[in-house]
Structure formats: structure tokens, C-alpha cells
Design a protein. Structure first.
Length: 512
């Protein structure tokens, strides 16, 4: 026999005995808890939800032909559009249009109604991985839903939000595409200005270093040789002209002047008159003396005008040699400045081209740097021009709604059943609540009661073990009543369990 201290009945046997003793309390509590939770289906106001499914549709034209100029990130786009669609002004317009939450608007104002409406809106990504050919990416659709107390209101507001979501996405995508195109157009203009500046710098450098550029050495050498030949010829012509001028000037310097010739003519005439007077009169005659004095005076003037030059006959002034000499001298003197200018000009040009030959290797590095800079800015300009052309095509594609966007797959419909209270959710909650209530009542009754439920409890209390067991002795009437009671208990329990099963089946079918 076990001792009172060592005997411990199994836990499951104690629990089974407890459930058998308190079976009706457990069953009735289970039914009461289930009915109490299920009654919320008729007590709580119904909430209807209308939802739409938006599929992320990729660009209709292959990217090999048109590269999109806007990066379509569904996650970021969803957050941005959610903030814009659920903005306070837009929701306030919807609240006013559909007359939502009139009591809340009258008591707490429009802002409280907007906050309440935000709680009734669901905007979340949906994964379509269960499709036969699922799109790429972690998610490829958006579910937008709105909950309201009226099915028509839920459908109307959901349709309005869906339309606003799609239009806002199109507007945002087109605006982003237009901004990208405008930015590339500005960049192309700047690149064009850079190309013009580089071309102007190269032209100015080539103009400022004309003849010093690479590849012009042979031409400069040929020009130097030609200038040397021209300079030699010009110098020889100038020297000959200068010699002719000196010769003609010497010849004309030896010839008497017109004043000398006039004095000689007057002296000759005065001598002839003096000889005529002397032939008729003596030297003491006044006219002879006066003519002699005039002759002496003219001879003195002639000696002073001649300046020591030998006298020349009067016929020399009119000689052809002197006329030709004067003509040659005038022509040579008129030609002399031009020849001198030609010599000076040729000397300057020769010095310039000789300097170019000496400095020809120096501008090569600078010219190469300018050409490299021009090639770089031209390549940059062509690259930006190609990007602008592609961006313009992408913008046109966005305007025609051919780019990546949200496509409406399932439009919002009028809901037939409310989403809350949900019968499919209330049924298991009612069973769980009833079961917990029944167990709590049974435990409470066991802890608060003072009855001993069997031999195990006697042994657990430390009493003397039972040596003799006397079975219960029932009369025929007692056995009949006992069997009747057991039958009624089974029938009642079956009815209650059938009620629970059928009620749960009905609730589950209503929730589906």
C-alpha cells in the first residue's frame, strides 16, 4: 500500500475527474460564452469594405527601343502616392462629398473626420507569387480598400480613391519625366555653349599663332625663300634707282641755272652794246662809262651765282640731255619711296616667317590640349543630345500612358457582406471564450468547495488508506431513474454540441 506522503495521482486523471464532475458547468459555460460572442454579430454595427486591386504594369514598349527616363520604384512610389492621395485636403473633399461621419464632424470638426477616414483606408502591397506566371519583384500589385457602415458609401469612396491614386501616379510620373527632359535640355544647352567656347578658343589660338601650327613648317620655309628672293630683287632695284638719281643729280648740278643763263645773256648783250659805243665814242663818253660799270656789276653777280663753277654756254640749258636727265630724276625720285617701303615690308615679313620657323614646335602641346578639350566637350554634347532624344521619346511615351504605371485590375464593387463583425472570426473566438469561461468556473468551484471527490483526494490529505470498498446498491427504481438521467444528459449534451457545430458551420459559411 502506498503511504499518504508518497501517493500522488496523475494530473490527467485529476483533470478527467474534474471534467466529469463539472461537465454540465463546462458545457453550459461553453455554450453561454459562444452565444455571448456570437451575439456581437447582431449587436455591433456592420462595417463594409470595398477594395480595388492595382497591378504594376511595366512599360509597354521594350526598353531596347525606349529607355525610361524615370526610375519606377513601386515601394517608393507607393509611399509617395499614399501621402499625396491621403492628404488632408483631398480627404476633406471626399468627406464633404459623401457626407461621412456627420456626428463626428458636428462634434469635433472636419480634422477628426479626416483622421477617422485615414484609419478606414487600407493601402498595401500585394504579392502575386501564387500566379502561374508571377511578375518579377517582391510584389507587383497594390490593394486599396475603404471601410464604411454603408456598402454604397464604401464602394463610392474606394472608387474615388482608386481614381485619384491612378491619376496622381500618372501626373507624378509625367511630371518627373518632363522634369528629366527639361533638365537634360538645359544640360544640352550648357554643353553647346561649352562646345562654342572651345571652338572659339581654338580658332583664336590658331589665328594668333598662324604659321606656327604643326604641319605649316614646309610652307613657312617656301615663303621664306620666296621673300628672300623678292627682297634681293627689291634691294637691287632700289640700289640701281639710287645710283641713277645720284648720276642725274650730278649732271644737273653741273649745268647752269636759269639765273646764270640770264646774267650771261645780259652780259653778252651789254658787251655788244659797249663795243658798239666804243666804236663811235671814246671811253670818257658817259654812256661808255655807264655801260662798263653795268658790265662789271653783271660779271660780279655772275661770279657769285656760279659759286666757283666753270661757266657754261647758254645753249646747254636747252639741250636734250638735260631734259632727259630731269625727267629720269623726277621718275626715280617718285619711285624711290615705294621701293623703300617694299624693302622694309619684305624685311619685316622675312623676319616674321623666320621667327615662325624658330618657334614652330612650341604651340604643338597647347594646340593638342585645345583639340583634346574640344573633342571632350563635343563627345559630352553628343552624349547629352542622345540622352535628350531618348528622354523626349520616354516623355512622349509617358504622355501616351505607355510607361510603367498602376493598372486597375479589380474595380471597387458594392460589398455584399460586412467585414466586421466577421462570423468566421467570431465562431472560433466564441468557442475559445466559452471554453476558457467553463474551465475558469470549474476551477473556481473546485477551489471554493469542501467536498472530497474520491480515494485519491483522501490519500492526498494524508488519511488512512481505504481497506474495504463497498459498491453502491441501487433499487430498481433508482437504476431506472439513473439510466433515464444519463440518457437525458446524453441527449442534452448532444443537442448542445449539435447546436455548437451547426452554429459554427453557419457562421463560417456566412463569413466566406
Amino acid at each position: 500500500m502506498p503511504t499518504p506522503s508518497s501517493f500522488r495521482p496523475p494530473l490527467w486523471s485529476q483533470l478527467r475527474a474534474l471534467l466529469l464532475r463539472r461537465r454540465w458547468w463546462l458545457l453550459l459555460s461553453l455554450c453561454a460564452g459562444w452565444l455571448g460572442v456570437v451575439s456581437l454579430l447582431w449587436l455591433l454595427p456592420p462595417v463594409y469594405s470595398s477594395q480595388a486591386l492595382l497591378l504594376v504594369e511595366q512599360q509597354s514598349v521594350p526598353q531596347n527601343y525606349v529607355q525610361p527616363n524615370v526610375e519606377f520604384n513601386p515601394q517608393a512610389q507607393l509611399q509617395s502616392l499614399g501621402q499625396q492621395v491621403l492628404s488632408r485636403d483631398r480627404l476633406a473633399q471626399i468627406v464633404e462629398q459623401f457626407h461621412l461621419y456627420p456626428r463626428l464632424v458636428s462634434s469635433q470638426g472636419e480634422d477628426a473626420a479626416v483622421r477617422r477616414m485615414r484609419l478606414a483606408i487600407t493601402l498595401e502591397p500585394v504579392s502575386l507569387a501564387d500566379l502561374p506566371t508571377p511578375p518579377q519583384g517582391p510584389w507587383s500589385a497594390v490593394r486599396l480598400a475603404f471601410s464604411a457602415s454603408s456598402p454604397q458609401t464604401a464602394q463610392g469612396v474606394a472608387e474615388r480613391l482608386t481614381h485619384a491614386f491612378i491619376q496622381e501616379n500618372l501626373r507624378a510620373t509625367q511630371a518627373a519625366s518632363s522634369r528629366t527632359t527639361d533638365f537634360l535640355r538645359e544640360q544640352l544647352q550648357q554643353a553647346g555653349q561649352q562646345v562654342q567656347q572651345a571652338q572659339q578658343q581654338l580658332q583664336q589660338y590658331e589665328h594668333g599663332h598662324l604659321g606656327l601650327l604643326p604641319g605649316q613648317g614646309q610652307a613657312n620655309l617656301a615663303i621664306v625663300m620666296s621673300l628672300q628672293s623678292q627682297l634681293g630683287a627689291s634691294q637691287a632695284a632700289l640700289l640701281n634707282n639710287q645710283q641713277e638719281i645720284a648720276t642725274d643729280r650730278s649732271l644737273l648740278a653741273q649745268a647752269p641755272s636759269a639765273h646764270v643763263l640770264r646774267l650771261r645773256s645780259q652780259i653778252a648783250a651789254l658787251r655788244a652794246r659797249l663795243n658798239q659805243l666804243r666804236s663811235r665814242y671814246t671811253d670818257r663818253y658817259p654812256a661808255v662809262g655807264q655801260a662798263g660799270q653795268q658790265l662789271a656789276a653783271l660779271q660780279a653777280q655772275l661770279a657769285q651765282a656760279s659759286s666757283g663753277q666753270p661757266p657754261a654756254p647758254s645753249s646747254v640749258a636747252d639741250s636734250p640731255e638735260l631734259a632727259q636727265a630731269r625727267s629720269r630724276l623726277q621718275a626715280a625720285e617718285a619711285q624711290l619711296p615705294r621701293q623703300q617701303n617694299d624693302v622694309v615690308r619684305l624685311q619685316k615679313q622675312l623676319a616674321q616667317y623666320e621667327r615662325r620657323l624658330d618657334l614652330a614646335p612650341m604651340p604643338a602641346a597647347q594646340l593638342a590640349a585645345l583639340n583634346t578639350q574640344l573633342q571632350q566637350v563635343q563627345a559630352n554634347y553628343q552624349a547629352r543630345q542622345a540622352k535628350l532624344a531618348n528622354s523626349e521619346m520616354a516623355s512622349q511615351l509617358e504622355q501616351e500612358q505607355g510607361g510603367a504605371q498602376f493598372q486597375l485590375v479589380n474595380a471597387p464593387t458594392v460589398p455584399r457582406r460586412p467585414v466586421w463583425p466577421n462570423p468566421a472570426l467570431l465562431a472560433p473566438l466564441g468557442l475559445a471564450a466559452g471554453l476558457l469561461l467553463g474551465l475558469a468556473i470549474c476551477l473556481l468551484m473546485e477551489l471554493s468547495g469542501d467536498c472530497i471527490g474520491g480515494e485519491a483526494e483522501l490519500l492526498a490529505l494524508g488519511l488512512t488508506p481505504v481497506w474495504i470498498h463497498i459498491p453502491p446498491l441501487y433499487s430498481r427504481g433508482q437504476r431506472f431513474r439513473r439510466r433515464l438521467r444519463f440518457g437525458l444528459e446524453w441527449i442534452s449534451a448532444g443537442a448542445l454540441l449539435s447546436l455548437l457545430v451547426l452554429g459554427n458551420i453557419w457562421m463560417l459559411r456566412q463569413g466566406l
